[in-house]
Ligand binder design. Sequence first.
Ligand code: PEP
Ligand code: MN
Length: 254
Amino acid sequence: MFESGKVTLIAGPCSVESREQIVEAARAVKDAGIKIFRGGAYKPRTSPYSFQGLGDEGLNLLVEAAKNFGLKTVTEVTEIDVLERIHEKVDILQVGARNMDNYSLLKKIGQVTAESKKWVLLKRGFAATIEEFLLAAEYILAAGNQNVVLCERGIRTFEHATRFTLDLNAIPVIKKLSTLPVIVDVSHGTGRSDMLIPMSRAAIAAGADGVMIEAHPNPKEALCDGQQSLHTSHLKEWVEECTKIAHLLGKSIY
Ligand code: PEP
Ligand code: MN
């Protein structure tokens, strides 16, 4: 994954909600030919009154569902307290936008993964410049793990037709400044399910090494981010569209 010449696709729900939901999502991800499954267990929510995730139980359900379908996993590490547990169980450790400048967490993740070299998916803070984003990645690199993938997930601007403004400029800019792979989270970057396919195409066309999407078997009932989740019945179409653009650039899908 995250190799040059490949476009790495990641899909799964914003949050793990129940065994039934996560198994149904994993089955759809597998059926669409996607290899990496996402799902949040420890959720950093803007409001303390929103669903906070299933925690340890969510992590176990994610890992169990992924294992049954032969998928690799990615989940968010929200704090140092849950780092060891997540490191032991998942393939890719995500750092969320709200933690991009949590330097003690970044350092600790770099140290904990220094031996395993598990991939760390670092999201850009929504008020961070590209320079700050790259410097945040340096904390992980300097602590001993070079396997960092940068994730553009939209920044906050005056525009509110979309939840965030997906800064696709960041892809070619980062490609000039860094050798790290860059992927794009089209769900948080747009906040709208009708934009997921067009912006996935655009991200790949702009040179992204991968795309991440939120997908849910029943987005209307989702406990988190349903409005920006692809219905799992559309995952095959999403993969087809991504494949078309990847092929135009001489790349294949991981
Ligand atoms: C997520 O991917 O579940 C998430 C919370 O994203 P972000 O940190 O980009 O807001
Ligand atoms: Mn989400």
